[in-house]
Design a protein around this ligand. Structure first.
Ligand SMILES: Nc1nc2c(ncn2[C@@H]2O[C@H](COP(=O)(O)OP(=O)(O)OP(=O)(O)O)[C@@H](O)[C@H]2O)c(=O)[nH]1
Ligand SMILES: [K+]
Ligand SMILES: [Mg+2]
Length: 366
């Protein structure tokens, strides 16, 4: 029996099995079996795996954004609208067959935007070019899930299921569970909060399925058994996602309003050029990039359109040093910062000072 049939069998068994106290362990076990099979399916040696022709696009720029969506939702139209790259758009499905990169220039950053073939239900099991698309999506810093506003939320639910089944978790933090596999000593289980979804017994049961007999486990949150399996599998990808509803020129104002109010949702029309500036703002915000300007002693800061360095939110002066020059951090004495990250402007700070977007930094060497 092939892996896909095995997955189907387990899914059918899970659907048949009533959820209650008596079946809890059996269902947990099935979930673990399912997770293992899906991992197997995604291994590069597996049937239909590998990168695929036209999909190994080099990462470039400061961040990568990948568009995933059903055919003909307007992915290529969006790429052509936001970048100087032209990607063929047409009214028939599967117009795009490979990965097409473009570059968005914004706030001095180069953001790589990837147009991809449309994916459909069953993509994770190799339908269409689904596996290749998903492999590229996993390498992105942000997913733009492109949806047809006229088709409601059906597309969203189907795609979320596809991505979830290959270990892509959208807008979620990694579960706060510590697992360390050991050679001896048995399983040591600790929970720092009361657990309402899992018990020590259930966790032992799952470990058994993975043939793990020695490990330290600390639950720091009231996590579910699915989250525990995610941590044990260890290959999950946690990505921010914007749900982009395109073609709002075709739906009512009430429906636009309803969609736009949901979390992580944004409504646009590529063709009518509606809300495109806001989409760019959201992309920037979700990528969590910051632009830091530098200033040489005695000179005015360099504030030109191409100036500055691009870092991630949460970056300190140390990161800025590394981005500027390999040896700068070692020679660092102190820095002077103008901007919103300090109480006074300018202010003298140390190497671990947290930077804000648009701060100006002057580094003083030893
Ligand atoms: N009404 C309307 N049509 C749009 C809009 N954006 C794109 N379209 C049309 O939708 C059709 C599909 O657009 P594409 O850009 O080819 O869609 P795609 O998602 O790249 O499609 P595949 O490559 O086949 O997956 C084209 O006929 C576009 O002109 C929009 O905002 N409003
Ligand atoms: K199309
Ligand atoms: Mg296309």
């Amino acid at each position: 029996m092939g892996v896909i049939e095995k997955i189907k069998d387990i899914e059918a068994e899970m659907a048949r099995t009533q959820k209650n106290k008596a079946t809890e362990y059996h269902l947990g076990l099935l979930k673990a079996k399912l997770a293992k099979l899906r991992t197997q399916l995604l291994e590069p040696t597996g049937k239909g795996g590998g990168k695929g022709e036209g999909f190994d696009v080099m990462k470039s720029g400061d961040a990568r954004v990948a568009m995933v969506g059903f055919p003909s939702v307007g992915k290529s139209t969006l790429l052509s609208a936001m970048t100087t790259t032209e990607s063929v758009a047409a009214s028939y499905e599967f117009t795009t067959l490979t990965c097409i990169p473009g570059v968005i220039h914004h706030e001095g950053a180069n953001i790589q935007l990837l147009d991809l073939p449309g994916i459909i239900e069953g993509a994770s099991q190799g339908k269409g070019r689904g596996r290749q698309v998903i492999a590229v999506a996993k390498t992105a810093d942000l997913i733009l899930m492109m949806l047809d506003a006229g088709k409601g939320e059906i597309q969203k639910a189907l795609l979320e299921k596809e991505l979830d089944s290959v270990g892509i978790r959208l807008n979620k933090k990694p579960p706060n569970i510590y697992v360390k596999i050991k050679k001896v000593g048995g399983v040591k289980f600790t929970n720092t909060v009361p657990l309402t979804h899992c018990s020590e017994k259930l966790i032992m049961h799952i470990f058994h399925e993975y043939k793990i007999f020695n490990a330290d486990v600390i639950f720091r949150d009231d996590c579910t058994i699915d989250e525990f399996i995610d941590v044990v599998e260890g290959n999950r990808v946690y990505l921010p996602c914007l749900y982009v509803y395109n073609k709002i020129d075709q739906i009512s104002i009430e429906e636009i309003d309803r969609l736009a109010r949901k979390p992580h949702h944004i409504v646009i029309s590529c063709e009518m050029n509606l809300n495109m500036d806001y989409l760019l703002e959201c992309i920037w915000d979700y990528l969590a990039l910051v632009r830091i300007y530098t200033k040489k002693p005695g000179n005015a800061p360099d504030l030109g359109p191409e100036d500055g360095i691009i870092l991630r939110r949460g970056a300190t002066i140390k990161y800025a040093c590394h981005a500027l020059h390999r040896t700068l951090a070692a020679q660092f004495k102190y820095a002077i910062v103008w901007g919103t990250s300090t109480k006074f402007s300018p202010q003298r700070v140390g190497i671990n000072h947290l930077l804000d977007h648009e701060d100006v930094v002057q580094i003083i060497k030893k």
